[in-house]
Design a protein around this ligand. Structure first.
Ligand SMILES: Nc1nc(=O)n([C@H]2C[C@H](O)[C@@H](COP(=O)(O)O)O2)cc1CO
Ligand SMILES: [Zn+2]
Length: 159
């Protein structure tokens, strides 16, 4: 008889997004993204980090103060990195698993790349203009978004 406690597709892909987030050097929020084809093949992944060649140790990670000395002007969002890491594969009709709801800038890239569905875990910036604008654009173009439904509270990976 087959195992019954195997991971669902959603758990598998969100689990991978959560694992990718663990690569983030951001002391504030670690975000992960995993983009999957309509036939459940992983196309690309990403996490929030500084642009390639901008060394993590030489970049600011502050949230406040002189804007030029905060992370916000420099950091690449997880969703943006995942889209850019596509390795030439088409993202048409794909689903994005994101550990945090995408901002308006990533929403634009999501739309332009042909992603059709967003499954997100957290939406802690729902009250910000960035996320409100993002949802406005998704609604306009018919990109669906749904909160990830947690079933297994814990996925243990022992090394
Ligand atoms: N959807 C997102 N994807 C992301 O990768 N990020 C990144 C940008 C920053 O590195 C971090 C947010 O930092 P903080 O403001 O919570 O300390 O997460 C942020 C958002 C929020 O819209
Ligand atoms: Zn973003």
């Amino acid at each position: 008889m087959k195992r019954e406690d195997y991971l669902s597709w959603d758990e598998y892909f969100m689990g991978i997004a959560l694992l990718a987030a663990k690569r983030s050097k951001d002391p504030g929020t670690q975000v992960g993204a995993c983009i999957v084809s309509p036939d459940n093949k992983i196309l690309t992944m990403g996490y929030n980090g500084m642009p390639t060649g901008c060394h993590d140790d030489n970049m600011p990670w502050e949230r406040e103060g002189d804007p030029l000395e905060t992370k916000y002007l420099y950091v690449c969002h997880a969703e943006f990195n995942a889209i850019l890491n596509n390795g030439g594969r088409s993202l048409k009709g794909a689903t994005l698993y994101a550990t945090l709801f995408p901002c308006n800038e990533c929403a634009k890239a999501i739309i332009q790349s042909g992603i059709q569905k967003v499954i997100y875990m957290e939406d802690k910036y729902a009250d910000t203009d960035a996320v409100i604008a993002s949802k406005r654009m998704f609604d306009m173009v018919g990109i669906t978004y749904e909160a990830y439904e947690v079933k297994h509270k814990k996925i243990v990976i022992e090394l």
